[in-house]
Ligand binder design. Sequence first.
Ligand code: BDR
Ligand code: CA
Length: 365
Amino acid sequence: MLALRRYSMVALLLAASVPCSLPVGAAPRAVVIDTDPGTDDAIAIVLALQSPELAVRALTVVPGNVTADQGIDNARRIVSLLHRCDVPVAAGAKRPLVVPLVTGSETWHGKNGLGDVQLPEPRCPLDRRWAPDLIIEMVRAAPHQLTLITLGPLTNIALALEKDPGIVPLVERVVMMGGSISGGNVTPAAEFNIYVDPEAAQLVFKAGWPVTMVGLDVCNVTLLTRARLHTLEGRHDPVAEFVYGVGDFLVRAAERHGEAGSRMYDPLAVGVAIDPTLIVASPMVVDVETAGSLTRGETVANRERASNIIEERRSPDGAQYSFTGRTKPLVSNAGVATAVHADRFLDLLLSRIGASPGSLTRNDR
Ligand code: BDR
Ligand code: CA
């Protein structure tokens, strides 16, 4: 009892030291995180689990940066590190819907997907449920309340959609790290998460639920620099040490590429779920190119939210041509992030690393 009270006090003190954007009395946002961990995924998961604004209901694992098996192992090690065995980790797809799996680069993820940082053997078990089933179950258990945060290729989400399209109106929002309307990072046109499974991404954009697309347009300017990383140095907290190790791996890789810092792709998506005011999002109609030999995996955004009405005309000499003089409005299917408060986000991210109220207040199996 005494120990419990002491732990509660510590938790309160730690929680008080973490800037919190949760209004007093407000319930945390329930989220399921679909992830391919992955260096920046790992930092994103830590951010989510250490943020009182979010209640992480599950981690579902998809192949992408690493194979499904490696990703599952990494996810279990991360929740174990944070003493969060109460968060189920579920395995899902083994490969994309149609195309063979392309995994991420060892330059950015290391041999083990965690920047070669070695975490202890996982203590938290693998949940027996299949990830798409777990997503469906979680959505149906909390209708209109659950946000899906997607940090990897969209295979698991598409499989859940195919199995139970009835979840669409029940999902509060999909916050997706993926896509770009200003060029890609794996090809000139395509961002990695969409490129790996374009057919799945297309299903997700077309489903009819609200999507916030946190793409390269904003992630590319959200840089973890060495100066910022130094603020974590020397903290004798295993979680801060882990994030420091992964961050150091990423910053070194970025520096070798002549960049000022490492792009915080997935952490920004979690940041947006914590605080949507971190970005400016514009309504657009987004589709995914699944066929183009140069552009496969590109997110094609219709900023005008209108389509041309094509009319067939004939000129006096009998030649036939198409006339595109009029348009019809289209309903947007995504809020595309076009601007970001990068410094405010990085302040939030670093303030949450190292304080681990979750590990002290929740049960550990
Ligand atoms: C995305 O691809 C992966 O390498 C990262 O984890 C991120 O989700 C960025 O394009
Ligand atoms: Ca990822």
